[in-house]
Design a protein around this ligand. Sequence first.
Ligand SMILES: Cc1ncc(COP(=O)(O)O)c(C=O)c1O
Length: 430
Amino acid sequence: MTSKVFGLIAEEAHRQKYGLEMIPSENYASEDVLKAMGSILTNKYSEGFPGARYYGGNEIIDKIERYACELANKLFGTVHAIVQPHSGSPANLAVALELAGPGGTTLGQSLTAGGHLTFGAQASWTGRLFNAIQYGVDPKTWQIDLDEVKALAKKHKPKFIWVGTTAYPFQIDYKGFAQIADEVGCFLVADTSHISGLVVTGYHPTPVPYVHVMTTTTHKTLRGPRGAMILITKKGLDKDPELAKRLEKSVMPGLQGGPHDHQTAAIAVALEEALKPSFKNYIGQVVKNAKVLADQLGTVSQVHLVLKSLTDLGYGLGYQAQYALEEAGITVNKNTIPGEPASPFYPSGIRLGSPALTTRGMKEKDMIKIATWIKRVLEEVRGHDLPKEQDKRKDFLKEVKKILKTNKNLRQIRKEVEEFAGKFPVPGIQ
Ligand SMILES: Cc1ncc(COP(=O)(O)O)c(C=O)c1O
């Protein structure tokens, strides 16, 4: 091992083992998934789809890709699977470009209300290539207001509606969305990236009977390698028998060249694992753990993640809290809260979740312990309110970071966290 990179990977392995990984979109893939991901399959070019490739030598690759598609359809109950998108964002772009066309109207949940960038946020090309209309959530309940979705759909007549979230602690009413999409006559696309693990194990209602298309990343609660899939339902093919072909073409040659065959193989391994009864037990524990975390932090969760408002501690504290928690060995991300009072860059909340910790074998009693550390850390950011004047923020945050870096209480918590976390195994790390 001569490359400098292996030293850096060893450092990252240490961070992953001795810290508490609480970003809800992260997880630890199994050793078998890692093995397939790091395999010689990365050497192959296989543009096209099984049985119709632009290159020779794809007999085995065809078997692997067909197997991955078969497992995806079995797991989700869909009728056609595309496993080639390199990740979630390009999968969503492939769907949006095909169903709406450049300049077409789309309707999706806004970023600040818990939706994903690719649902039409201005910072994403999906907010510029399309006439992207956005729905929010009720600022009091933090929940999707189907009356708002319906009114926007009727007014703007989108080509399709996105139903999916990235920072939403509640279950989603797919049936309610389907009634709206069917009334307007548009496609309905579910992005279940965050909750796919819950959907396939019955811990979240499935969108399959209600939507035409699903997209999902494979690396979140599904616990696979980084990657994504586009799944077509029976309802989708009934609406447009050409839908599967259209979406395949949109992925390749529309947006991508060769698929990542090592990734496809690793997805197949993860799907095999997700079909096992032990995966259902795992997700059951993920949901229980998230609920305990939410209870302890004074909020609610019906899924795998917790969205915690910090407004009772001060103004615009998300960034400071993320930094302080990281100093204490706990990784979360700053997040806007519905009706964000501060700023999208320096928001008022944090987003955290249980999938990765649960993979390490942690249970409810461990969540109580972790929530206690989190509460202790949050006390250390009290008083470090974001300045209201934008031009003062950069210097202010630099100063706060300096103060937090030498904070004795945070150092003490870090010691406790390292001692605790180090006792739990991480797949692929000795
Ligand atoms: C709902 C949702 N869709 C799509 C994506 C994009 O996935 P990727 O980061 O693989 O592009 C994410 C990532 O966070 C997500 O949460």
